[in-house]
Write a protein that binds this ligand. Structure first.
Ligand code: NAD
Length: 349
C-alpha cells in the first residue's frame, strides 16, 4: 500500500471509545489530527491534552466554520452520523462515518446524496472488510475455490466487558437506533453482502434476555441470498467475552475465521489429496500481520481520498447493511419472512 500524504488534516467528531482506533490509524498512516469535537467537555479536554491536538470544539459546527480540515471521522452516537455528515459535505470535507450509517434509510440516503453532490468520499466504518482474514476469504470465494457457496454463518457477540449496563449511547433507540442487531449485527450483515452479495429475504428472532433496555440484546437472523445460498447472522450483547467470526461453506471447500482461536488466522478446508475421509480433509491455514482492521480501514479511507484505490466500503454499502437489519426487525416483529426490498425505511417507535 502507498503511504498517505501527511498533508491531510483530520477532525474527529466524538472522542469516546472507538475514536482512539481512528486516531491511531491516522497517525500510523501519516495524517495529522488537527481538531476534535465533542459536547462532553471534560472528555474533550482530556483527549485534547492526551493527543496534543490544537483545536477542540464542543459543537462540531464550529469546527467546520473554522475550516482547515480535509476529512473527518464520525465517532459519535448513530443519531449524530447524519447531521455531522451533512455538515461535512456542505464544507467539502471527506467523511469516514462509523457504523451503523444512520438511524433510518432516508437519513442514510441523504448522507450519500450530499457527499456525492459535494464530490467527497463517504466511507462507512465496517472495518471487517479491511481485516486480512476477510480480504483473503473474499479473494478465495471470488476465485471460485469454494465451488458454489451454499451457506454463510456470521457471528459477533460480546457482553459489554461484563458490565451490568449497556453503555449509555447504545442503550436507547433515540441514540443508537436499535439493539445488538443494529450495533454488532450491521457488521455481520455487511460481511454477508461482502462475501455472498445480495440478500433477498430474511427471517429473524430477537430477544431481551439480560439487560434492562427496551432493545434486543440477542438476535438470530436466517438469510436467503439471491444466489440461492443460505446464511445466518448472530448478534448478541449476551455472549461472554468478545467473539467475532465467519464461516463460509461451498461445494468444494470451507473457510473458517474466529477470533476465539487466538492469533488471527483463516482456516481453509478442501479435498485435493487422495484418501481424505469424513473428518480428515486437506487444510491450509493463513496467518495475518500488518496492522489492525481499524487501522487498515482508516488507511483505505485516506488512499481513496487521494485516488490511490477504489472505496472499500461506500455509503451505499452502509445503507444496505442498515436495510438488512430493518428487514430483520420487521420480520421479528411480524414473526414471518420479509423480503429485503420491503424493509421499512424507519424503525421509529
Ligand atoms: N466499527 C466498530 O467496530 C465500532 C465499535 C464501537 C463503536 N462503533 C460506533 O462508533 C460510534 C460511537 O461509539 P463509541 O463506542 O465510541 O461510543 P461512546 O459512547 O464511547 O462515545 C461517543 C462519544 O460521542 C460524543 N458525542 C455525543 N454527541 C455528540 C455530538 N453531537 N458531537 C460530537 N460528539 C458527540 C459523546 O460525548 C462520546 O464522547 C457509534 O456509532 C458506534 O456504533 C463502531
Amino acid at each position: 500500500m502507498s503511504a498517505s500524504p501527511p498533508s491531510l488534516k483530520i477532525g474527529i467528531i466524538g472522542v469516546g471509545g472507538i475514536s482512539k482506533v481512528h486516531r491511531d490509524g491516522y497517525l500510523a498512516a501519516g495524517a495529522e489530527v488537527v481538531a476534535l469535537a465533542d459536547p462532553f467537555e471534560f472528555n474533550l479536554r482530556s483527549r485534547q491534552r492526551e493527543w496534543e491536538v490544537e483545536r477542540a470544539y464542543v459543537d462540531f459546527a464550529e469546527m467546520f466554520a473554522d475550516g482547515d480540515v480535509d476529512a473527518i471521522s464520525i465517532c459519535a452516537p448513530t443519531a449524530v452520523h447524519a447531521p455531522a455528515t451533512l455538515a461535512a459535505a456542505a464544507h467539502g470535507v471527506h467523511v469516514l462515518c462509523e457504523k451503523p450509517l444512520a438511524l433510518d434509510l432516508g437519513q442514510g440516503q441523504a448522507m450519500i446524496d450530499a457527499c456525492r453532490e459535494a464530490g467527497v468520499v463517504l466511507q462507512v466504518g465496517h472495518q471487517l472488510r479491511s481485516h486480512g482474514a476477510a480480504s483473503l476469504a473474499k479473494e478465495i470465494v471470488e476465485r471460485g475455490d469454494l465451488g458454489r457457496v451454499t451457506h454463510l454463518r456470521l457471528r459477533q457477540a460480546h457482553d459489554w466487558a461484563g458490565a451490568s449496563e449497556v453503555r449509555a449511547s447504545f442503550a436507547t433507540k433515540a441514540s443508537s437506533g436499535g439493539g445488538t442487531l443494529l450495533d454488532n449485527g450491521c457488521h455481520m450483515m455487511d460481511l454477508a453482502r461482502y462475501f455472498g452479495h445480495d440478500v433477498e429475504e430474511v427471517f429473524a428472532r430477537t430477544a431481551t434476555l439480560k439487560f434492562d433496555v427496551a432493545l434486543e440484546d440477542t438476535a438470530h437472523v436466517s438469510l436467503r441470498f439471491r444466489s440461492g445460498a443460505l446464511g445466518t447472522v448472530e448478534a448478541a450483547w449476551t455472549g461472554t467475552g468478545w467473539e467475532e467470526g465467519f464461516w463460509i461453506y461451498g461445494t468444494e471447500g470451507a473457510l473458517e475465521y474466529t477470533n476465539r482461536l487466538g492469533a488471527p488466522y483463516l482456516r481453509h478446508a478442501y479435498r485435493r489429496s487422495p484418501g481424505t475421509t469424513w473428518g480428515d480433509t486437506d487444510v491450509s491455514e493463513h496467518r495475518f500481520a500488518g496492522g489492525t482492521p481499524h487501522g487498515r480501514h482508516v488507511r483505505a479511507f485516506l488512499e481513496t481520498i487521494v485516488g490511490a484505490r477504489e472505496p472499500i466500503c461506500t455509503g451505499e454499502d452502509g445503507l444496505e447493511a442498515v436495510r438488512l437489519v430493518f428487514a430483520a426487525y420487521e420480520s421479528a416483529e411480524r414473526n414471518e419472512s420479509v423480503r429485503v426490498a420491503e424493509a421499512p425505511a424507519t424503525m421509529a417507535g
